[in-house]
Design a protein around this ligand. Structure first.
Ligand code: C5P
Length: 212
């Protein structure tokens, strides 16, 4: 078994594809963005937190069905709310937060057989990952996909608002000092603009089968 790193900007389809790739290969999926969102929720609710104590204060667990539990509370839906999405890239820029989560992500994936999606998996978390993918799409295509998800959740948000939100989050993630979003040198670039979910999934599964 190998580990597969999937990085790229916001709403490029990483999590949808990563889940499908994991299912096709019989691997586990680790949503590292959800972990940054969980910490963002915790810090929002506990404003006086000492960032050096994160490992004592925070327990993050994913259930078999992919639900996220923060200190035994199901926060799967809460971490997707727009006030968390707006704050997450500033929390993800904090050194203590990154040190805590990178360590946790390495521990979880150490037994191999994981598909991880995020921003720094191929560059920082698992520089030795056997397969690295950098997934992109234009901001318009990404916002359009996010719009469909938001409408399905009952949020009547406008496309232009989503384009602005996505562009701002990408800029923050690409320009932060620690582990900015970059394409690892040995990552395969996949632009998903003109590809279906199944086409992208099959491509990655093929690459993975060549590695094992
Ligand atoms: O993947 P998702 O959009 O849920 O990620 C939310 C945020 O978490 C990103 O915008 C980024 O700021 C942060 N993140 C990160 N490193 C990762 C995964 C996510 O900094 N590996």
């Amino acid at each position: 078994m190998i580990n597969i790193a999937i990085d790229g900007p916001a709403a490029a389809g990483k999590s949808t594809i990563a889940k499908k790739v994991a299912a096709r290969l019989g691997y586990k999926y680790l949503d590292t963005g959800a972990m940054y969102r969980a910490i963002t929720l915790y810090l929002h609710e506990h404003k006086e937190t000492d960032l050096n104590e994160l490992s004592e204060l925070i327990d993050i667990e994913f259930s078999q069905e992919g639900k996220l539990f923060l200190n035994d509370r199901d926060v799967t839906d809460m971490i997707r709310e727009s006030h968390i999405t707006k704050q997450v890239s500033s929390v993800a820029a904090l050194k203590e937060v990154r040190v805590f989560l990178v360590d946790l992500q390495r521990k979880i994936s150490s037994k191999k057989g994981y598909v991880l999606d995020g921003r720094d998996i191929g560059s920082v978390v698992l520089p030795d990952a056997e397969l690295k993918i950098f997934m992109t799409a234009t901001p318009e295509v990404r916002a359009q996909r996010r719009l469909i998800e938001e409408h399905a959740r009952g949020n009547n948000i406008e496309l232009s608002v989503l384009i602005d939100e996505i562009t701002e989050r990408d800029t923050n993630d690409m320009t932060r000092e620690i582990s900015p979003l970059v394409q690892a040198e040995d990552a395969v670039l996949i632009s998903t603009d003109a590809l279906t979910i199944d086409e992208v999934t099959s491509k990655i599964v093929e690459f993975a089968n060549e590695k094992v």
